[in-house]
Design a protein around this ligand. Structure first.
Ligand SMILES: Cc1ncc(C[n+]2csc(CCOP(=O)(O)OP(=O)(O)O)c2C)c(N)n1
Ligand SMILES: [Mg+2]
Length: 380
């Protein structure tokens, strides 16, 4: 019996033997760069990434408190995954598109989604773009080239591949990045999307956020594959693994995958190894299924202090900078929350709109009945 074994070299840019198993990293846990892999990024860019990551953490913490206070219904946080999310978004070019899972709001904010638009979505008020028809954290951002969040796991993968195929047919200089989790690699859409992208060489960057968990299922139980990156082999797609808690490494590998796709080289799977420090969502209690020790250990690899130490080592970040940032974020959030809480709920009439160009007769009737019914118009 002859067994096929994964090819040792399937890195996208001619990396040496073992590229598939190798985990690209730049920063050690104390934020010191490895001169052999350091991409020597412009410090202003690194600072912007750090600010976006630290802002994302503060936003998550505040939204979790709002949920516990009963002011919003639900929140999906991304604590611990900020480098994987922000640095990958930073490596995409303005004309590129991102198709998200539900944990990458920080990528939309990076691309310019206004904080107010996000907070309005968290309240589902009349200013929310989806008009409260979606769950919180299900944002949409056409203006910033950020596709709508869709809750069914993996569906964004086929959407993203189709979108990037369309861009290729139109000969647009456009790459599509698609985020998904380790759990999503078990979904049909992952396989359909990867296969299509491999066959048609679509300009797609598959951003596999391996955060160790799919709700309560550990990534070690999710798949029989030794490494998630190995899943790319069957589709003829090069894969690269990267320390997802190391913003510089994430930027470096995604930048190179984007360049390769833009040059007509086809798709790449990037496995971002990270860890979900918080619960799956505010509806989840991970203490019933995971060991506290694992979290404490993962906290040592927290991407935010690591990048802060890097910047501080370069004399580009101080305690005073941190304090200013914390105050600014708290102020911006307070302002956005106040506005969102003052905004009215979406009108009942609006439930019947936006599907048809003109509301058909039978829906008009239902709309009138609903408006006349006992449901009082009230503030959110
Ligand atoms: C088709 C489908 N099945 C099940 C669910 C319920 N569900 C929501 S999140 C999730 C786990 C996803 O894990 P992963 O892909 O690793 O992403 P993570 O939440 O860790 O970021 C599941 C099973 C769903 N939303 N859609
Ligand atoms: Mg996961």
């Amino acid at each position: 019996m002859i067994y096929l074994t994964p090819r040792p070299e399937h890195g996208p840019n001619g990396e040496g033997p073992g590229a598939a198993g190798h985990v690209m990293s730049v920063l050690d846990e104390s934020g010191r760069p490895d001169p052999k892999t350091d991409p020597q990024l412009d410090l202003a860019l690194v600072k912007r990434m750090y600010v976006a990551m630290a802002r994302a953490r503060s936003i998550d913490q505040r939204l979790t408190r709002l949920q516990r206070q009963g002011r919003i219904g639900f929140h999906v946080g991304a604590e611990g995954e900020e480098a994987a999310i922000v640095a990958s978004a930073a490596a995409m070019r303005p004309q590129d598109w991102l198709f998200p899972c539900y944990r990458e709001v920080a990528a939309a904010l990076w691309r310019g989604l206004p904080l107010q638009a996000y907070i309005d979505n968290m309240y589902g008020n009349a200013n929310d773009l989806p008009l409260g028809r979606q769950m919180p954290d299900h944002i949409t951002g056409r203006d910033v080239h950020f596709a709508s969040v869709t809750a069914p796991i993996g569906t964004q993968i086929t959407q993203a591949v189709g979108f990037s195929w369309a861009g290729k047919l139109r000969q647009l200089d456009q790459v599509t990045g698609v985020y998904f989790g380790d759990g999503a690699t078990s979904a049909n859409d992952f396989h359909a999307g990867m296969n299509f992208a491999g066959v048609y060489k679509t300009p797609t960057v598959f951003l596999l956020r391996n955060n160790g968990w799919a709700i309560s299922v550990p990534s070690s139980n999710q798949s029989a594959c030794e490494r998630y990156a190995d899943k790319a082999i069957g589709y003829g797609i090069p894969a690269v693994r990267c320390d997802g808690n190391d913003a510089l490494a994430v930027y470096k590998v995604v930048d190179s995958a984007v360049r390769r796709a833009a040059a007509g080289g086809g798709p790449t799977l990037v496995e971002l190894l990270t860890y979900r420090l918080g619960p799956h969502t505010t509806s989840d209690d991970p203490t019933v299924y995971r060991d506290k020790g694992a979290v404490t250990e993962a906290e040592m690899r927290d991407p935010i202090p690591r990048l802060r130490k890097y910047l501080a080592g370069k004399g580009a970040w101080s305690e005073a900078d941190q304090q200013r940032l914390d105050e600014e974020v708290a102020h911006d959030l307070q302002q956005a929350i106040t506005r969102a809480e003052e905004a009215p709920a979406p009108s009942i009439e609006s439930m019947f709109e936006d599907v048809y160009e003109r509301v058909p007769g039978h829906l008009h009737e239902q709309q009138a009945e609903c408006v006349a019914g006992p449901r009082a118009h009230k503030r959110h």
